[in-house]
Design a protein around this ligand. Structure first.
Ligand code: ADP
Length: 264
């Protein structure tokens, strides 16, 4: 299959990530569904949608510690409850897309993913590939997943994107988050931070030194982990853009580049 695009929308956009109870950011979610629908109808090219889980995941995981492995009996219930919460968010997301006439098909990555100490070792993508063939939009999300060494670890939306980009030979990977791209220091903490237009072989080490996790509760590594994953990709055009800016997701999906930071 040709010209597969993966769009990731961060938990910082789709939920209110700074809240300590699971809260959906409905104005954003409704706008994203419209923007994706408008480009989806025009482009007609295969699209995989991945969303972060923000306050639906990071808070419970941080509180229970299941990302470090199952170390007590109550962790099994925590594992199951964390997954249930992510599914609850996913149902709301998929519902908005369907309202906008996009055939969003929920795919729970943890149904087939096998992790090893927090790193994904395998995940079945045959069904996802088939869904794309028939015109569905597979919709994945960050999940707690079975880990062969520690029982449980977190398979983040960001890591799912990198894995799928490799396995499906995706042409493009667009990351929408809550800042304009990658900066020379965390823009949420430094108002004078300057945006970096390209991350390349020449500057990536320097950039990684200036990048930290998230300003909100985040157990999956925030911006630093995002960049590390994207640097692994060969042959996939990747860009980090600001999904809070109206129209940016649509424009990126329609092929515009240079809206944020490109990883080359
Ligand atoms: P999402 O939930 O959208 O996937 P994350 O919270 O994981 O996003 O990562 C985005 C956050 O990364 C930003 O809100 C910002 O606080 C943080 N960050 C840390 N360092 C940087 C940097 N150098 N440039 C941009 N953002 C950074």
């Amino acid at each position: 299959m040709k010209n597969i695009t993966i769009l990731k929308i961060g938990g910082s956009l789709i939920t209110e990530k700074d809240k300590d109870t699971p809260t959906i950011n409905y104005p954003n979610l409704k706008r994203f569904a419209k923007e994706v629908a408008e480009s989806y109808q025009k482009e007609k090219s295969p699209l995989v949608f991945v969303h972060g889980v923000g306050s639906f995941g990071h808070v419970i995981v941080h509180k229970t510690g299941i990302h470090k492995g199952l170390t007590k009996e109550s962790h099994l219930i925590d594992f199951a409850e964390t997954q249930r919460l992510q599914n609850e968010l996913n149902v709301a997301v998929v519902q908005e897309f369907i309202k906008n006439n996009i055939p969003a098909m929920p795919v729970q990555a943890s149904a087939s993913a096998v992790m090893e100490k927090g790193t994904i070792k395998s995940m079945d993508v045959k069904a996802i590939s088939g869904m794309l063939d028939i015109g569905l939009m597979p919709t994945l999300f960050g999940v707690p997943a079975y880990d062969s060494k520690q029982g449980c670890s977190i398979l983040s939306g960001d890591d799912i994107c990198v894995y799928l980009a490799k396995m499906l030979n995706a042409t493009r990977l667009i990351h929408a988050t809550d800042v304009d791209g990658v900066f020379d220091s965390n823009p949420k903490e430094n108002p004078n931070a300057k945006i970096i237009s390209h991350i390349t072989r020449q500057n990536f080490e320097e950039v990684l030194k200036k990048t930290t996790g998230s300003s909100n509760t985040d157990v999956t590594g925030g911006m630093k982990n995002k960049i590390k994953g994207l640097l692994e990709l060969v042959g996939t055009t990747t860009e980090i853009i600001n999904g809070n800016k109206k129209g940016y997701i649509k424009r990126a999906l329609l092929g515009e580049v240079g809206l944020g930071t490109r990883i080359c």
